[in-house]
Design a protein around this ligand. Structure first.
Ligand SMILES: [Zn+2]
Length: 267
């Protein structure tokens, strides 16, 4: 128990640091800038940040949300993304910990890291979608790739290669199905119903969740999006954040959710 707590805290801190990097990805990728170079700098005055300006959460709090040089406000999104990613990694670790402790091996650790990377990429996509109502293909395809590689590591971990094949099959069916649906709706209405981005996200979702988890996540996303859609009225509502949240909920709570659904449907 104490051991799990220490590991969870460690994973939370690692998640905070990755969240700090996600902020760079979220800011630079849609603007076509290199994510590795140059180093962190204030977007307003261009001054290079020192390492102690870059400590997740703490620096933002210590500087009271302002640049250390020009005192321009720094978006609340920076500490928010760090905190969300830390909590995300801790939650995923707690979900996968029972499997990890039985098999402390390279495959198990790789499996966890690839799952965590996939959900971090979905978090970055969600934040970009909120700002631009569009997402970069590079991060979207990265998420699909890490989701498929996670299935490969899981297959390696438990010694059943069918798991990897099933993830690939489910990703192809979900992405292909959604693409076909979008094409048919487009033909029928003469309007473009969904973008290629949604098709890639669907592939990632199915690679992570399989069936029927994929449909549960779609359903959860639709429910979660209802209230914001009603409130927004004429303005657009980004859908990737809701797809991502639906996927996370089903990934974390798949067994209780499916048990409850079966109970509800079949009594
Ligand atoms: Zn500045």
């Amino acid at each position: 128990m104490a051991e799990t707590l220490i590991w969870t805290l460690g994973v939370f801190l690692l998640g905070l640091m990755v969240g700090s990097f996600l902020n760079v990805v979220i800011h630079r990728t849609p603007r076509g800038e290199n994510i590795a170079w140059p180093g962190s700098h204030c977007p307003k005055c261009g001054e290079n940040l020192r390492w102690y300006h870059n400590v997740p959460l703490l620096s933002w709090l210590a500087l009271r949300g302002r640049c250390a040089f020009c005192r321009e406000p720094i978006s609340f999104r920076y500490p928010l993304v760090e905190l969300l990613n830390g909590l995300l990694w801790a939650a995923l670790y707690l979900k996968l910990a029972p499997q990890l402790q039985n098999h402390i091996d390279v495959a198990g650790i790789l499996y966890f890291l690839l799952i965590a990377a996939t959900f971090s990429a979905l978090l970055a996509l969600s934040m970009i979608d909120f700002e631009f109502f569009a997402v970069p293909d590079s991060i979207n395809l990265f998420a699909l790739l890490t989701a498929l590689l996670a299935a490969v590591s899981h297959a390696w971990q438990v010694g059943d290669w069918n798991l990897a094949l099933h993830a690939l099959r489910d990703a192809v069916i979900a992405a292909g199905g959604l693409w076909l649906l979008a094409w048919l709706i487009g033909k029928a209405t003469g309007k473009e119903a969904m973008g290629g981005a949604d098709v890639i996200v669907a592939g990632t979702m199915a690679a992570l969740l399989g069936f029927p988890g994929f449909f549960l996540a779609l359903f959860a996303a639709a429910i979660l999006a209802i209230v914001p859609s009603l409130l927004a009225k004429d303005t657009m509502v980004p859908f990737v954040p809701f797809l991502s949240l639906g996927t996370l909920i089903v990934f974390l709570f798949d067994h209780p959710l499916i048990d409850w659904l079966e109970q509800y449907l079949y009594g």
